[in-house]
Design a protein around this ligand. Sequence first.
Ligand code: G3H
Ligand code: 13P
Ligand code: ZN
Length: 322
Amino acid sequence: MALVTSTEMFKKAYDGGYAIGAFNVNNMEIVQAITEACREEKAPVILQVSKGARAYANHTYLVKLVEAAVIECPEIPIVLHLDHGPDFETCKACIDGGFTSVMIDASSKPFAENIEITRKVVEYAHDHGVVVEAELGTLAGIEDDVKVAAHAASYTRPEEVEEFVSKTGCDSLAIAIGTSHGAYKFTADQCTRNEKGILVPPPLRFDVLEEVSKRLPGFPIVLHGSSSVPQDYVKMINDNGGKMPDAVGIPEEQLRHAAELSVCKINIDSDLRLAMTGSIRKFFNEHPDKFDPREYLKPARANIKELVRHKLVDVLGCAGKA
Ligand code: G3H
Ligand code: 13P
Ligand code: ZN
């Protein structure tokens, strides 16, 4: 199967009450780990590339790695998506350069400007058979070099979504309902602590999601910042020389519930980073004499694969849907 757009995937996900996993890719091991798990679990998948990933690995290398995965995993549909496209030029470069989906993220701009930039990207993308994700509302956390403090984040305003979607023609909409980018999603004073002393974040705003869905029936909604920050990996990092106190994520049962509603795409990046970093730290701690990258990247890749499998089966509900 060649690369596909997300149109058909989202339609089935919406009707079936599950979500597609959108995982960020930056190198070969991550592409392999994600797509091997998806092939084995027969899950459709979105591989997404950020501005930072393009700067790190180079556009062509990433496209060719994803094309290799398409050849190796012919049974599953794969979307190649630009994550957080910062401007028209970056979106155009990805549309011209083999992507099947782009996100234009003008969510930090005033409403009218967000509409104007998004519409321009949609016109160009649709002319080239590519679909567009846009964003309304502001998530807390860090994307590339943009850091949004928790107090500066704002939930999506449901009363704006119909005008935004009809004026831009976007194909899916990312909304802010309390998720946040990175491993440190919430400050300690936004959370309570459970009996183990682990921070428990405030619940997602399902009332906002439901109001948005009521106004946009059948329309695919996207959640960014949806890593759950597995405490096993935080512990593995901290037990092996790392220092990540109070890293906390979105509870998986809340993501599962969102996937049963109108959320068709759930973005997960930080969890994969934690699995990779924890695995490599543990390997070096246990084998201080080793220096072959293949030896320490192998367990990292295997652990990312198992983590992705868990997300597909237990969180997203998309296993067996390819
Ligand atoms: O939302 C951002 C993604 O986690 C990508 O992160 O910009 O560091 O590549 P990055
Ligand atoms: P996390 O940092 O929660 O993994 O979010 C990733 C994301 O939203 C990528 O766009
Ligand atoms: Zn994001």
